[in-house]
Design a protein around this ligand. Sequence first.
Ligand SMILES: Nc1ncnc2c1ncn2[C@@H]1O[C@H](COP(=O)(O)OP(=O)(O)O)[C@@H](O)[C@H]1O
Ligand SMILES: [Mg+2]
Length: 354
Amino acid sequence: MTKTIIGILGGGQLGMMLSNAAKKVGIQTHIYCPEDNCPASLSSEFFTKEDYNNKNAIERFSKQVDFITYEFENIPIETIDFIKNNEKIRPGKRSLLLTQDRLTEKEFLGSLNIPIAPYMSIETANDLRTAHMEFKDCIIKTRTLGYDGKGQESIKNQNNYSEIFEKIKLKSIIEKKIPFEFEVSVIIARDIENNIYHYPIGKNVHQDHILKHTYSPIKLTDEQTDKLITYSEKIITELDHIGILAVEFFVTKDSILVNEIAPRVHNSGHWTIDACDVSQFEQHILCVAGKKIKKPILNNNAHMINLIGDDVREWVNESSSENTKIHLYNKSEIKKGRKMGHVTYLFDKQHSFE
Ligand SMILES: Nc1ncnc2c1ncn2[C@@H]1O[C@H](COP(=O)(O)OP(=O)(O)O)[C@@H](O)[C@H]1O
Ligand SMILES: [Mg+2]
């Protein structure tokens, strides 16, 4: 019998971990990526190195695979439109369209009555002034192509708004800086039969706007848990999303606000590889392949730490042990702020993360 092949747009570490998970369930992967030597090309059975705007190459790729998914949300929409059999693409175009642009994403969340940070769309330098006056402490974010804090600017007092406006160039939004107590994310999956399961909720700690630690599960009140799950289920259902979705939240003293949505496997779910019976990557592959999913079982509590830039140096000659699992992404060059790998520390289920 021929094996199912899932095509993956994007060749980074998420693609690599998706390919590894696919192998576990007897599915092959075909990575499509514009760069040579990308982390995922070493793990997949098939690899195409072409640009996303190469219509012929995308059409050929789509004929060679049974399903198509993506490992990052900035795939140009035109690329998706080159693919004739739209039903092959999971998650579908709607998830990409609504999450690629922060403004569209916030309007979508607003339409679902899900609480978010107050924001404004920035069209002119004067909009910056107005928002700054109203929000006081605030963050400017590019509407598209931002990740790991890239494309973000803070406004401090007595700024020259025209200068900042010149600097941001791309279409942007500005949001009120939320004095949150902590950040969490819900990693949730939905299959084609509308079975929806989430992972235990983890707390995320960022350094310089880049995720550094995830601790899972964490203690939350029943009311907090209820809101986090209700909002996440509503989002995944309304998007008609098939696969893993990650919802990032700010938890304040008396509220829960959605920060952003990622229509894909997420860094704050990497701990599931070592601590759950089915990882987020395997769960996503099952959804994309049209298989039925089950509620994931937690085997261990976990602390994931990202190896960013030079952090990786002290781990390259180490090997994993029973409770310390090292994952390196085989990137050719160490760069400041670049995610080079992660380590997951496993604990027994009585262990508590405060
Ligand atoms: N409105 C905000 N208030 C407080 N902190 C914020 C706000 N927006 C972003 N941050 C901080 O910056 C991090 C990265 O921002 P995010 O919007 O998630 O962009 P990215 O796409 O780069 O992950 C967040 O996880 C949070 O720590
Ligand atoms: Mg984020």
